[in-house]
Design a protein around this ligand. Structure first.
Ligand code: 5GP
Length: 183
């Protein structure tokens, strides 16, 4: 089996961090847990683009029960349109009122994006609103809210690959790489 080597994305070097096999195991466990909790509820999964598209695809095709998926993008409101704790959600056509909704996110860093997304979606009164994130940087979190399903906790270092980018590039690698700090 080939061992992945360091990669260069734009001007920065990244080293192998989470292998394809490790990612597969993490996702299998998340699938098991979420299936146990929600298989009978026809949940709607909401994947946050762009970063979560590969995670969402690998996760979703392992589910063995009735469920739906929708892909959204988020955007901050410009200027005076809203207070800072809600986001514009682009692409959500489903009515989520009284439904079980599970957000699929690639990575939670400070938590601001997900906190704002939760506030926005709560306004539609889903029956259950949960978060499943592939990666979490626990030392970077600045906003408190329950994170229901966590794939893996990682240190506060920038990562790319498996859908995650550095300035648009790097999403295409099947494993996850960590920034090599310059000394
Ligand atoms: P938060 O709002 O939690 O601070 O940031 C969440 C978003 O920041 C993620 O959805 C992702 O787009 C981006 N992000 C945070 N940490 C990383 C990282 O290590 N690598 C990449 N590629 N994106 C990150």
């Amino acid at each position: 089996m080939d061992t992945p080597s360091n990669i260069k994305v734009h001007d920065k070097y990244f080293q192998p961090f989470i292998s394809k096999e490790h990612i597969e195991n993490i996702i299998r466990k998340m699938v098991e847990e979420i299936s146990k909790d929600h298989a009978l509820e026809k949940p709607l999964f909401i994947a946050v683009l762009n970063g979560a598209f590969i995670f969402a695809s690998d996760f979703f095709k392992q589910l063995k029960f009735d469920c739906e998926i929708s892909f959204i993008k988020t955007k901050s409101y410009d200027g005076m349109t809203s207070s800072g704790d809600v986001l514009q959600v682009i692409g959500l056509e489903e009515n989520i009122t009284n439904r079980t909704v599970i957000i699929l996110e690639d990575i939670i860093d400070t938590g601001l994006t997900i906190k704002q997304l939760l506030n926005t979606l709560q306004k539609q009164k889903p029956a259950t609103l949960k978060i499943a994130t592939l990666l979490l940087k626990p030392e970077a979190i600045q906003h408190q809210f329950p994170i229901d399903y966590i794939g893996l906790e990682i240190p506060t270092k920038f990562v790319v690959g498996y859908g995650l980018d550095y300035d648009g590039l790097g999403r295409n690698y099947p494993e996850i790489y960590q920034l090599v700090e310059e000394v």
